[in-house]
Design a protein around this ligand. Structure first.
Ligand code: C5J
Length: 223
């Protein structure tokens, strides 16, 4: 099937496609979490939850596997180098106790995916210590097991973990499509720039398309 995407239509076979929803966690999206502790306006990210939920539902209905990632660390922080933990000037650093438990620590309430986008019991959830979801995880072998060739991406933030994972995926041979209104940044200008970079030079990293364009291709309405 063809997706009405930029910079040109993308041919996609649902049988060899997976959806990756990046880091839609309370720590990034709800007040009191890590994103807010860095001084960011989390309302921007909250706004994409309904579109992301529609994309997830459409992919589930089309039989496309849904994979969720969570950016989080071990309780002893052995997988969080100072080069990551000491960046910025947050009111709460990774591992500090906050209103939703220890910030970005696996198993803590803040590290959970927001309830509206929760994984189904049979869906793969990948805890990742880095920005890219392939780094230090079993995402690569998991996708190989599924026979995946094309990845649809959603989640936050566009220019950090989403773009990093798309670049990792493209280097590994996957065709990549980013759902434009199911991704967001705390910095609207960074989102716009990331979308432009991804599809520049003939889709050098991948394609972008609105959720509705993806859903209408997955479930065409009979004329
Ligand atoms: C950030 C992410 N922005 N998931 N994480 O720190 O993009």
């Amino acid at each position: 099937m063809k997706i009405d995407a930029q910079p040109f239509p993308l041919d996609l076979d649902p049988a060899t496609t997976a959806l990756i929803v990046i880091d839609m966690q309370r720590d990034f999206i709800e007040p009191g979490g890590f994103g807010a502790s860095l001084g960011n306006n989390v309302a921007l990210l909250q706004a994409i939850v309904p579109a992301t939920a529609r994309l997830i539902a459409g992919c589930r209905a089309a039989g496309i596997p849904v994979i969720h990632t969570r950016e989080c660390h071990l309780p002893d922080l052995s997988d969080c180098p100072p080069a990551k933990r000491l960046r910025g000037a947050p009111s709460l650093r990774i591992g500090d106790p906050g209103p939703m438990g220890r910030v970005l620590i696996a198993g803590e309430p803040g590290a959970e995916i927001v309830p509206d986008l929760a994984a189904l019991p049979d869906e793969k959830v990948i805890d990742k210590p880095g920005k890219g979801a392939f780094y230090a995880t079993d995402l690569g072998p998991h996708l190989a097991g599924l026979g995946t060739k094309t990845l649809i991406f959603a989640g936050v933030t566009t220019e950090v973990c989403v773009q990093t994972t798309m670049r990792e995926a493209n280097d590994r041979g996957f065709e990549c499509l980013l759902a434009e209104d199911a991704t967001e940044s705390y910095f609207p200008e960074f989102k716009a720039a990331a979308l432009a970079m991804i599809r520049a030079q003939g889709a050098i990293v991948g394609w972008t398309a609105p959720v509705d364009a993806i859903l209408s291709a997955l479930a065409p309405v009979d004329a």
